[in-house]
Write a protein that binds this ligand. Structure first.
Ligand code: SAM
Length: 202
């Protein structure tokens, strides 16, 4: 039996109703598609794909996206709209931090997920392993914050990240051409939170 807690069980159905959230992911997607030269023969991976906000925006530029998420309820929302996504899509319920999948991709994208992962260094090594040579990463997450971003427990290990430390982690895993920039500002009623985008290549 799978005993892993689905932290997003009660959030999945209403996840896309928060405008600050959808705007944030749209900003991230715009930055990613400006930075990375995707082509229609590429297969990419979205780590922590959730309801598919990010991958839906990247889909028109690639051939196939493999969506990986541990939350059954988020995967279900994505499954229900998969007909409208403008590339091939495969949805996997999987925790990449526990075991890898034996596949290679031309790119990895991820938004607002890495702060849910305890050992980020180990995850970046897995990312590196899963990419073809010259494959790209485009990873967006919160800058350091005071812990007020999340009002509910969704399995958070990091209150955002220090950009230099995040760059170092990617460098140690072997990534090159690394660049980190502001992708978005999330405006919540109780504060503003900046989000960075890290891009690089294997
Ligand atoms: C804040 S949501 C972001 C979803 C989507 N990327 C977006 O920007 O709208 C984080 C997602 O990461 C997933 N997640 C957290 N830890 C994970 C792990 N170890 N492996 C796969 N998915 C994970 C959660 O289930 C959740 O759907």
């Amino acid at each position: 039996m799978d005993m892993q807690k689905d932290y997003f069980k009660h959030k999945a159905e209403k996840y896309e109703q928060e405008v600050a959230r959808t705007n944030n992911v749209q900003n991230i997607a715009n930055k990613i598609t400006n930075e990375i030269d995707y082509t229609k023969n590429m297969e990419i991976l979205d780590f922590g794909s959730g309801t598919g906000l990010l991958l839906s925006a990247v889909a028109p530029f690639v051939k196939k996206i493999t969506a990986i998420d541990i939350s059954e309820s988020m995967n279900k929302v994505l499954q229900n709209k998969s007909q409208d996504i403008k590339c091939d899509i495969e949805i996997l319920k999987h925790d990449l931090t526990k075991s890898t999948i034996n596949r290679k991709f031309d790119g990895i994208i991820s938004s607002m997920t890495i702060h849910h992962v305890e050992d980020v260094g180990a995850l970046f090594e897995i990312f590196y392993d899963m990419l073809n040579i010259e494959g790209s990463i485009a990873i967006a997450d919160l800058d350091l914050e005071d812990g007020s971003f999340h009002k509910e427990d969704t399995g958070v290990f990091h209150f955002g990240f220090d950009r230099n430390e995040f760059l170092d982690i990617a460098k140690k895993a072997g990534f090159k051409n690394l660049k980190i920039q502001t992708a978005s500002i999330v405006k919540k009623p109780y504060g503003e939170y900046s989000v960075f985008l890290l891009t690089g290549k294997k």
